[in-house]
Design a binder for this molecule. Structure first.
Ligand SMILES: Cc1cc2nc3c(=O)[nH]c(=O)nc-3n(C[C@H](O)[C@H](O)[C@H](O)COP(=O)(O)O)c2cc1C
Length: 324
């Protein structure tokens, strides 16, 4: 049975039944998840970084387009750490996805090029100052990443961030972080959010290609098991506190901190840390390994089993419409 629509700005902008983005997740997002999300009435985005080559990115975009009619996006890292930024942007513009989600760095050029191709741009921000900046650059919406989010979380709570951005910005505000059920989705929209970007809840899904161990960890662990680590990319990131994470610790050691500060070496050391961190995450995400290093946010508290995407979206919508 199809449930009642959820009317919010994001549903209007993208012409979808429910204002939910299956958030872009490094290593986790794939075309199957996006197709299932669209079929269930939502939308979804994939990080361009999930594809080794730009041709693989092109094939993925074409695959989603030939499977479903609904809107979807690509997440683009727009700072210097992304060596293939220009090629990725060119392919996205050629293939014409519905929206780009920018993270890290200044999105000015991306917005200009995307708009020429008729593509909307939603920009990740964690505070008002940056929100005003992307608004002045012409962003179509803000993705307000709060401190409850998985991945590179912000440091302002959803209750403070969404109303502040709504009050001071005139473009739509999509809230990212801390939505693990339909009641929390409703709370976010009641705070003024025009839609929600939901990540962690969708890791333990049948459509995700990550290892069963990673999915099961999202079932077995809860919000109190999430810690921030700066060991992975240099930028703090949420991970599940497995025995392995406890063993290696979550802070950079004195040598790493020293190299991070050295004027001549820091650029190279940061790039090295990033590559090393991403490799470790990749190994842990796809194979059974004793180095259990899994990225997830506190919303995994709500994950009780590995399910199809449609079940999760149906539940979010059912709970949203329920009288509490
Ligand atoms: C495993 C994982 C990987 C992520 N990778 C990315 C990424 O590549 N790019 C990005 O912009 N955000 C990334 N995020 C953040 C999500 O897009 C989204 O903001 C976040 O998941 C929302 O919080 P939630 O997990 O509580 O739903 C990631 C989050 C998780 C949990």
């Amino acid at each position: 049975m199809t449930q009642e629509r959820i009317n919010a700005e994001l549903s209007q902008i993208l012409n979808i039944r429910y204002p939910i983005i299956i958030a872009p997740m490094f290593l986790v997002s794939n075309t199957k998840m996006i197709i299932a999300g669209i079929k269930a009435g939502a939308t979804g985005a994939i990080p361009a970084m999930n594809y080794r080559t730009t041709e693989e990115l092109r094939t993925a975009i074409q695959e989603v387009k030939s499977a479903v009619d609904g809107p979807f996006g690509i997440n683009l890292i727009v700072n210097k750490s992304n060596f293939t930024y220009k090629e990725q942007l060119a392919i996205i513009c050629e293939e014409k996805v519905d929206y780009i989600i920018t993270s890290l760095g200044s999105p000015g050029e991306t917005i200009k090029e995307a708009h020429k191709a008729g593509i909307k741009v939603f920009c990740d921000v964690t505070n008002l100052k940056y929100a005003k900046k992307v608004e002045s650059l012409g962003a179509d919406a803000i993705i307000a990443v709060n401190k409850e989010a998985g991945g590179h979380a912000g440091n302002i709570s959803i209750k403070d961030l969404v109303p502040e951005l709504k009050k001071n910005c005139s473009i739509p505000v999509i809230s990212a972080g801390g939505v693990g059920n339909g009641y929390e989705l409703k709370e976010a929209l009641e705070l003024g959010a025009d839609g929600c970007s939901v990540g962690s809840l969708f890791i333990a899904t049948e459509e995700a290609d990550v290892s069963e161990e990673y999915k099961q960890a999202c079932v077995d662990y809860g919000e109190n098991d999430i810690v921030m680590t700066s060991k992975l990319s240099g930028t703090p990131c949420t991970v599940i506190k497995t025995p392995y994470v406890e063993k290696i610790g979550t802070k950079q050691n004195w040598l790493e901190r020293l190299l991070n500060k050295n004027r001549k070496l820091k650029k190279w050391f940061k790039a090295f840390t990033f590559m090393r961190g991403m490799k470790s995450l990749q190994k842990a995400a796809f194979s059974a390994t004793y180095k259990t290093l899994w990225c997830a946010g506190p919303s995994i508290e709500n994950v009780k089993s590995i399910r199809p995407i449609k079940d999760i979206i149906d539940q979010l919508v059912r709970e949203y419409h329920e009288e509490k």
